[in-house]
Design a protein around this ligand. Structure first.
Ligand code: NAD
Length: 287
């Protein structure tokens, strides 16, 4: 590293709080070094209130790009110069790219999710997709599915504070992606859920259920799994959730959340430097 940093090295960074646990600096710095790119990636612990100063710094230090994490994703979308179509619909961004002083905000959770499905042989175009959840990850996925040509997105969520967000996503998509049919229903309406799963091509869990400490929970009865159903989970800890294990047993194409995480990183790297991230090499390095 000490041989790599010079007077020319460009800065990239993650902003949010907390950031100390983040794997992003290790992954991007490995990739820059691997690709011979003169950048360094840091993580800075900042609050929402400090974000206007963060943007002054991004401009002053001429940072090429970076990431925003909670709780700074929404305020960041108000401070960038331009937004990607998905970031505009959602009103949040987790990535910024600075092109000669013009800062564009992107949201890549949904892009990474769809890319991972495609890499696993499950394209979303013209497909009917049931998405469980209406939080941050679920919303990004729902918007990206609609932008990428899914025929239907059936959102199911419990009647908590996120239910209203699902209604908002439906309204925004009706305006921005009118060709995609979006429905919103109560996750506790088991008859409706069963009907939707029987008619869909892809089922996605984008709730916190299945994630530690809810690892013994699955929201879908395994009797609904059939061989031609693709079952995807956003949860990556555990790597294989109860839902994914039961889907595998039933012979479904079952896709866990780790790939989404990796593809999101790769999409971000592509936006920063216009190159494919050396993901396989990084995974090898981590072993
Ligand atoms: P969030 O807090 O924004 O949303 C939580 C969601 O879980 C809401 O839809 C909420 O209604 C639902 N929920 C909470 N309790 C529930 C219950 N008892 N029954 C049913 N639903 C319930 O969270 P988020 O940031 O969107 O994260 C959601 C999941 O996505 C997490 O498991 C997270 O690990 C995963 N995620 C994965 C990636 C990845 O790259 N693989 C990225 C982001 C998030």
């Amino acid at each position: 590293m000490e041989k790599r940093i010079s007077g020319h090295t460009g800065l990239m960074a993650l902003f949010g709080t907390p950031v100390g646990h983040s794997g992003s600096p290790a992954m991007y710095n490995f990739s820059f070094q691997h690709d011979g790119l003169d950048y360094a990636y840091m993580a800075f612990d900042v609050t929402e209130e400090e974000m206007p100063k963060v943007f002054e710094s991004i401009r002053l230090l001429n940072m090429r790009g970076g990431n925003f994490t909670m709780p700074c994703k929404n305020i960041a979308a108000q401070l960038v110069d331009k937004l990607s179509p998905a970031a505009e619909i959602i009103g949040a961004c987790n990535v910024f790219v600075n092109d000669d002083g013009v800062i564009t905000g992107h949201i890549t959770d949904g892009v990474g999710f769809v890319k991972n499905l495609e890499l696993n042989g499950a394209p979303v175009k013209d497909k009917k997709v049931v998405v469980l959840g209406a939080g941050g990850a679920a919303t990004a996925i729902q918007v990206q599915l609609a932008l990428d040509g899914a025929k239907e997105v059936n959102i199911f969520n419990i009647k908590d504070k996120f239910f209203e967000r699902a209604e908002g996503t439906k309204a925004k998509l009706a305006e921005k992606c009118p060709e995609c049919v979006v429905t919103v229903d109560d996750l506790d309406d088991k008859a409706k859920l069963e009907e939707a799963i029987k008619a869909c091509d892809i089922l996605v869990n984008a709730t916190i259920m299945g994630m530690k400490p809810h690892q013994d929970v699955t929201l879908v009865d395994k009797s609904l799994f059939r061989k031609d159903l693709v079952v995807a989970d956003t949860v990556y800890s555990p790597e294989k959730t109860k839902m994914i294990l039961e889907a595998e047993e039933a012979g479904c194409k079952a896709i866990g959340g780790v790939g989404m995480l990796q593809q999101q990183g790769a999409v971000n790297y592509g936006l920063f430097v216009g190159k494919e991230m050396p993901l396989a090499e990084y995974q090898e390095f981590q072993k």
